[in-house]
Design a binder for this molecule. Structure first.
Ligand code: DQA
Length: 149
């Protein structure tokens, strides 16, 4: 079974209590449960993690090489600041999908630039917790095409 790393960055551990009008009422544990069900239905296995530390995300991206076929990443605020995450994703070369719960383009202009997008296969934002399920659908499609090729 192909494995997908789902990596979450800073402040996403506070989901459910953090600005619920923007991010909704579900917790990160709820998101993980949804991802488990979705992955099972798609015949994928997942490794779901969260950290507030940029370097830890870098290490996990490196770890994905050899352990995962793809990476789904919500880098939180590091999306808008981190050249290190951009470089790490580029270095490992696994297909990556960038996700956000909120529609970042509807928000402050500092959220309109992403260091992840140029090294991602696709970006999904604005669908709340469903963004993750849509990303898993997308990753499943990418991996199927890869297998056929
Ligand atoms: C976020 C959007 C980011 O701009 C913000 O810093 C986050 C969450 C989202 O999922 O909507 O922490 O990545």
């Amino acid at each position: 079974m192909e494995n997908v790393f789902i990596l979450n960055g800073p402040n996403l551990n506070l989901l459910g209590t953090r600005e619920p009008e923007i991010y909704g009422a579900e917790t990160l544990a709820d998101v993980e449960t949804r991802c488990d069900s979705k992955a099972l239905a798609l015949g994928l296995s997942i490794e779901f993690r969260q950290t507030n530390l940029e370097g830890e995300l870098v290490n996990w991206i490196h770890e994905a090489r050899g352990k995962a076929s793809g990476i789904i990443i919500n880098a939180g605020a590091y999306t808008h600041t981190s050249v290190a995450l951009h470089d790490a994703l580029k270095a490992v070369g696994l297909p990556a999908i960038e996700v956000h719960l909120s529609n970042v383009y509807k928000r402050e202009s500092f959220r309109h630039h992403s260091y992840i997008s140029p090294v991602a296969r696709g970006v999904i934002c604005g669908f709340g917790v469903q963004s993750y399920e849509l990303a898993l659908d997308g990753m499943s499609g990418i991996l199927k095409t890869k297998r056929k090729g």
